[in-house]
Write a protein that binds this ligand. Structure first.
Ligand SMILES: [Zn+2]
Length: 237
């Protein structure tokens, strides 16, 4: 596999200003800032570094090219997800550069303890968010598209632990199981599972990610604010 092509996504403009939801009344349509982006293909070495991308002026990173040893199981590119439908044409994990950089630090620290990582979802285009909301309009589990998820901003990951050769470890529930059992404070689980959830959470938090109550797999990056929502789907090469 030579001449790997990766996508450099360049921010062009904001179409409108993001407004906090608390200032929005029920009768108004909330405004979100939506970025327009340009996709550009560049010849790149098989494995990139964050430094390579910074030199190119990239604002986004393809995790598979930065860290091919992070396993990918992008569930919305399959029908093995709660919608039972394929939402993406092909799997891809794109993240903001700072988010990718933080994730690499998580990977490095966990590998010292004998663990690896697997990603279920990364950047999620706004139209995909709409499809998820149409199927599950429950704010505990899916962010309304008019607000926009951190996934829509390229600043969230759905992630789990693996062993050193990429085998997924038991975490108590599968990805996107909308039950109390997936909550961080649910304790009726084997001790080893609880310890794994805590281990992942601790490592993610050390590197700028924060968890949410209802999903053990979801983490949003907090190291930088103000990312706009993106609509574009990636190219399937
Ligand atoms: Zn998520």
């Amino acid at each position: 596999m030579r001449g790997v092509v990766y996508i450099l996504i360049t921010f062009l403009l904001y179409s409108c200003e993001y407004k906090e939801q608390k200032s929005v009344t029920k009768t108004k349509t909330p405004q979100v800032r939506v970025d327009s982006i340009e996709l550009k293909s560049i010849e790149a070495p098989k494995v990139l570094s964050i430094e390579n991308l910074k030199q190119e002026g990239a604002q986004w990173a393809d995790i598979n090219l930065l860290a091919p040893d992070i396993a990918l199981d992008i569930r919305y590119a399959t029908n093995n997800n709660f919608t039972k439908k394929q939402i993406y044409d092909c799997p891809k994990c794109l993240l903001r550069l700072e988010v990718a950089e933080a994730l690499l630090l998580v990977k490095a620290s966990l590998s010292k303890s004998g663990y690896g990582l697997k990603l279920f979802d990364c950047y999620r285009p706004l139209a995909a968010q709409q499809r998820l909301w149409d199927i599950k309009p429950d704010k505990r589990y899916v962010t309304p598209p008019e607000k926009g998820s951190m996934h829509n901003r390229g600043a969230a990951v759905d992630i789990t632990l693996t062993d050193t050769i990429g085998n997924e470890l038991e975490m108590g529930t599968d990805f996107d199981v909308f039950s109390r059992k997936a909550w961080h404070n649910y304790k009726d689980l084997p001790k080893q599972v609880i310890e794994r959830r805590i281990l992942l959470k601790n490592h993610m938090e050390q590197h700028g990610f924060k968890s949410i109550t209802t999903e053990w797999w979801h983490y949003s990056y907090t190291g930088k604010k103000g990312y706009g929502i993106r609509k574009d789907f990636w190219e399937c090469l």
